[in-house]
Structures are given as structure tokens and as C-alpha cells.
Design a protein around this ligand. Sequence first.
Ligand SMILES: Cc1ncc(COP(=O)(O)O)c(C=O)c1O
Length: 439
Amino acid sequence: MNTDEMIELCKRHTMYTWAAGGAVNPLPIDRAEGIFLYTPDGKQILDFNSQLMSVNIGHGNPKVIAAMKEALDKLIYVFPGTATEIRAKVSARLARLVPGDINTFFFTLGGAEANENAIRAAKLYTGRQKILARYRSYHGATNATMQLTGDPRRWANEPGMPGVVHVFDPSPYNYSFGESDEEKTARNLEYLEELIMYEGPQTIAAMFIESVTGTNGILPPPEGYLKGLRALLDQHGILLVCDEVMAGFGRTGKMFGFEHGGIVPDIVTMAKGLTSSYIPLGAMGVSDAIAQHFRENVFWGGLTYNSHAFSLATADAVLDVIEEDGLVENAANLQSVMRSEMDRLIEKHPSVKEGRCIGLFGMMDLQKNSRGEPLAPYNGSHPAMVALGKAFMEAGLFTFVRWSSFMCNPPLCINEEELRAGFAIIDQCLGVTDEAFEG
Ligand SMILES: Cc1ncc(COP(=O)(O)O)c(C=O)c1O
């Protein structure tokens, strides 16, 4: 099949996500290895977003592929009511890896299903119905998780599950909460406390947060926020659910994002990096107290592919690579390189407003004038941003460009030289947005 035929059939017979299919211009990919993608005509493209911030160990890792082949010969699938060695092994391994008393796991196929089951667990455990979530968030595309999601992808899907209350996070540009970390944390938590009072704390089962917000800004929480939030929610018997689907498994320079805040949530959800997207798998991990509740009470949830043996074998091999190759440490070490490259671009390009990064989780924001107004409006576009995306692709760099920002999330196996090479490509392309800068 030639490339044009492939694209034409994909467009004719499949639906693309978050888009009108006719407007999609899919990137033709033949194979992928390490930090690179290859088009059918052999063009090499640096994957600067780990696809959907998910191929944490890089593409086509031979150790994982060998383990997957071995697993195929042993056991692919049995129903969720069974006990298997791989289910025992991976759940015990996660109990060791996830800090605190999160020792019991419910396996799903992806992140949205993990969050769906976290909603269910929180409601059943507390007997309460409402959920708090933040505007700057994405939690999945199923009915309930779409309602938790704060970003505009929710709008066309409303109304969905009732009982979700959205709140502000202490964002970097929301100066009404103050400028210093201390002020942002204190004022945001005061606001939240008042909001909880009006909603009725006895009606709220849980609050969902991305420990480090992903698509909606790469926003590490200000100092003290996670500890303060944990204490406030505890005071009212509201569970804290940390969505680690994107931030987990080393992306932020720690195994899980919430570790930066020195807290342990009641429930943690994960997917993406758990198998590095080599095969679908997600999980919800619960505290010992919640686990005990569901030993005594029915957990009213199930999935055909719960605890899928082949997915779990893949996760086990991926976790070996993350641990043996020191990928969490590599992400932590390269943070300063990403920071220095971002600072260099801010200094050099008038259209670059700001860059944020934690580990190898990064985003840069572009501005249209020296007052710092975003180049494109919220949920909108600008011809210069479209041109920037094209320039990245032509120069051999894949990443997400959305609204006024672009992502810097390479696989965690990248080295310093390769990371700097990625930023050198970005540097070359930013002339496009500098031309749109109005001064
Ligand atoms: C933070 C977060 N939560 C949940 C999800 C949903 O995961 P999935 O697409 O595997 O259902 C995503 C996906 O991007 C995510 O980034």
C-alpha cells in the first residue's frame, strides 16, 4: 500500500479523535525506534511529545518486546475472576512502587476507565454523590470523566454525569490568588474552603486533581498546595484522588507527581506510562482503608479486560526498564537542561512568554505583545501557531501545538545531546511566531 492510499483509507474508514475527519491531515508513520518516528519514505522525526505523553521508555524497546513475545506463549487472557502469577506480581510490585498505604489495585484498559472506577469507588466508599474537579484538567473522554474534565472538550459533551463541581486551581497566570507560592496556596485554599461550605461537605465524595496538570498547562502545584489541600479535604472527609495518568511513571522526575508535594492520596489513577503505551492498561490504586471496605462490601464494577494477563506482563517488563535504566533519575537530571534551553529561547525570541518544566514534562507559552497577551485566545488558534506546527514537522520534530503553547515531553530515555538537538529545532522554527509579535 502506498502512503497516499494508506492515508485515504484511514480517513475513509476510521474516525479521528477530537476533530472533523475531513479536516484531519494524519501523519503517516511506518515504524518507530527509541526517540524517533519514521515515515514510510524514511524521514526521521524526533518524538518530542512521547506521542500522547505516554511512550515514556521510548519506542520499540527490545527488552520489552522480548518479554511480550515470551508472555504471548504463556498466557494471553483469562477472565477477571482468576488468580494469575502476573496479576500477583504486578500488583505487589505497584504496592511497593506507589508510596504510602496505596497497596491494592483495580486494573483497567486506560486512564478514563481508571478514573471512572475511582469515581465509583469514592461514591460507594463515602456514600456521597458529588465530585470536585478543576477547570484546568483533563480526566478522560467517557461520560463521567468528560464531566470531570475542565477544558473545552467537555462543552460539546454536556450535560453528562450530574454532581461535578469545577473549581479553580492556583494557576501561574491567575494573579487574583497572589504572586508568591505562599499567597497562591493560602488564597486558593481559602477559596476552596468557602466553596466546600456552600456545596455542603457531607455531599462531596472526592476531589480529583492531576498531581501536575498536563495538557492544560504543565502546571506543577505551588509549594504547600498539595499538603494544604490534603489537610482541608481530610477535615471534611472528602477523598483526594490524584490522576497520575500523564504525570506518573517518571515523567516529572519522580515516579509519581504527588511525591513532589509530600502527600499520599486516598486513590491514585494511572495508565499511559504504566505500559509506555505498548499495550492498553490502566489502574486505580486505593488506600488500605478503601481496600478493606471493598473486602467487606461489593465493588459494583467490572470489565472484560480487567487484569489482562498480556497487558500486565507488558507492564512488568516496562517497569523493569524504568527501574533498571534509571529513567526517573534521567528525567530529574535533565530538568535543568530543559530549563536552561527554555530560558535561552525566552531570552532570544520576543514571542516566547514563558516555559514551565518539571522533570521532562514541559510546555512553552507564546505571546503576541510585550504585555504578555497569549498569541491565540483560549480554545482558539492563530495562523502563526498553525505555521509553527508545520515548521516543526518540516524540520523533523513531532510535538503538540495547541492554543498559544507547545509541548516539550520527549521519551525519558533521551540524553542531553538529543534534548538540546530538539530545542535547536524549536529555536530554528520560532521565527514564525516572532514575526507575529506586535511589540
Ligand atoms: C491526566 C489524564 N487523565 C486521564 C486521561 C485519559 O486516559 P485515556 O485516554 O487512556 O482514557 C488522560 C489522557 O490523556 C490524561 O492525560
